[in-house]
Structure formats: C-alpha cells, structure tokens
Write a protein that binds this ligand. Structure first.
Ligand code: ASP
Length: 312
C-alpha cells in the first residue's frame, strides 16, 4: 500500500494514506487527497484560487483512472465548480463517457449536486492576472477583453512558461493491489479559453493499469499530449522495462520532441509492486510518498533528465 504525489499534494497525502490504513480503496484515497489540494487557496495551480485564463476565468481540468478496470473519467475547462476530481470520478462511475468539457461539465456538476462556486479566485490572484496584462492593456481594454478577436496574441505576451503552471498528481495502491491515479489543475495560467492540458487526457497526464503500474505528469501539458507520456511509461513497463528504465524512456521521448514550445516536464510513477519514482527535466524538483506505517510523508528529489527549453 502506498500513496505517491507531486510535492504540492502534501496537504492531502495523510488523508489519502489514512483511507488506505482503514482498508479503503485507492479510488477513495486519491479523491480525498486531491480534494484537499483543490480547496487550498495557497495553491495557485489547482482548484480554488488557481490562476485564470486570459479572460480572468478559472477553468479546471481533472482526471481519474482506475487501474483495475481501466475505467476513466475526466473533465476539462470546468467553470464555476470547485471539486473537479470528484466530478471526474462521477464521469467515470455514472456515465458511459470518459471526458466532459465546458458547459457540459458544469451542467453535470449541477446534476450531481455540486455546490456552485461563482467566485473561484481571491482578489489578490485577480490582481496578479490584471498586472500580468499590463502594460500592454489599459484598464478599459481589460474590461473589454472578452470582446477581443486577437486573444492569441495576448496569450503569447502574458505567458510565462517557467512560472505560470502547476498541477497535483496522486497515485495510490490499496490493500487489494488496485491502483488509481488522479490529476487536477487550473492549467496553464493566462491560457487561451478552452485550452485543455494533459491533465484531463487519459494517456497523456494520467494512466494506470494494475498489471504494470501507473504514471502522472505535471509541467507543460502540451508536451505530454504530444508524447502520450503517462501511457508510454506504463507501456514500457508492459514491454518489460523496469520502473527506472521506463521513466527514463518516457522522459527521453519528451526530450526528443521537435518543434516549438518545449518547457519543463515532471512525472511520478509506480510499478505494480508499489516501487515509486519521480522525474523532472530540471533540478530542484521533488515528490512525496507515504505508506500506512509512516506517520508522515517523505519528500524525495526527482531524478533529472534534462530537456533544453525552446520557446516561440
Ligand atoms: N500540466 C498542466 C497543464 O499543462 C500544468 C502543469 O502541471 O504545470 O495544464
């Protein structure tokens, strides 16, 4: 039994581990851990108080995958509701679908009885968004930003690829050996409205298969989509590679991407025996894990596979 998470999952990892200690399922553990991160206003990359899109609207992406059945659920560009991970789980368990986006996701949240959250940001976070658009846009122009027909240009200006991203990853393996992965994010700050990252894309930011292991990503989601990173890592284990070999291989796939918009990528993974790993393309990144016999989580450095950044 184990819970592995990105380091910003610290606030939720004890709750997740406690569920495993009490004999609960990996699915329940992952959902409980991520809900605490989504509710944490100090995390500007997940759930409440996440950085908004270019229009100043918080849009959430999340997914969950059950490694026993390969059932999956995801929501993308969800507005006005906080617990995207619970909604992703409900897509997985209540609908014959895998991915709901935008208005359809909000509609389903209302149907499932989620409380609406009309204000998803604190005023200081709104001010960060506003300041990011200065000095290019005046107050009057910001007030009219939803009417603009040149948003693509402003997205490029406002984006800071090194600082404006983040996501939470949770992977749990329960007493029965079942694995579940969950990913939740407010995505890339100042993104184009409707942009989905890797977090709601099964196989890109999230994949779990009890028979081999699981993986989840944070970082430049477009890269994980292009390389099918989470699925590739699990697939490499299926082909007989060890956890370390599969992780290195998934990172080198990302490094070998050609073209533009190459930035930071990170992943966490476990194999079917509960061995864990964390990788990053840059120094100084860590991940956490906790087993039921540990009173608190341990933080470990991620192994670095450098990926030279390229932008624009
Ligand atoms: N992967 C997320 C996304 O692209 C952001 C991140 O983890 O930094 O939306």
């Amino acid at each position: 039994m184990i819970v592995v998470a990105s380091s910003n999952g610290r606030i939720g990892i004890e709750a997740a581990t406690q569920i495993l200690r009490q004999g609960g399922t990996a699915v329940d553990a992952v959902e409980a851990g991520i809900r605490l991160v989504e509710a944490n206003p100090e995390d500007n990359t997940v759930g409440f108080n996440g950085y908004p899109n270019i229009l100043g609207e918080v849009e959430l992406d999340a997914s969950m995958m059950n490694g026993r059945t390969l059932e999956s659920g995801a929501v993308g560009a969800l507005k006005g509701y906080l617990h995207a991970i619970t909604l992703a789980r409900q897509v997985m368990e209540r609908l014959p679908h895998v991915l709901l986006v935008g208005d359809g996701a909000s509609r389903f949240a209302a149907e499932m009885g989620h409380p609406p959250q009309p204000e998803m940001m604190l005023p200081e976070t709104r001010a960060v968004w506003r300041n990011r658009l200065q000095p290019e846009l005046s107050d009057a122009e910001v007030a009219q930003i939803a009417e603009r027909t040149d948003l693509a240009r402003w997205v490029e200006l406002a984006t800071d690829p090194e600082r404006a991203k983040g996501t939470v990853n949770f992977i749990a393996q329960d007493k029965a050996g079942n694995i579940c992965t969950g990913v939740s994010t407010s995505g890339w700050a100042w993104k184009y409205p409707g942009r989905l990252g890797d977090s709601p894309i099964i196989g890109a930011g999230n994949y779990a298969d009890n028979r081999y292991g699981a993986a989840a990503c944070t970082g430049m989601g477009e890269m994980a989509i292009r390389a099918s990173t989470a699925h590739s890592l699990v697939f490499y284990m299926k082909m007989g590679l060890s956890l370390a070999e599969a992780s290195e291989r998934a990172m080198t796939d990302l490094r070998d991407l050609d073209g533009r918009f190459i930035s930071v990528m990170n992943l966490v993974a476990i194999d079917k025996d509960g061995n864990h790993a964390g990788y990053s393309s840059v120094d100084g990144r860590s991940y956490i894990y906790q087993t039921p016999d540990m009173p608190e989580c341990e933080e470990l450095p991620r192994t670095v596979v450098p990926i030279p950044p390229r932008w624009g």
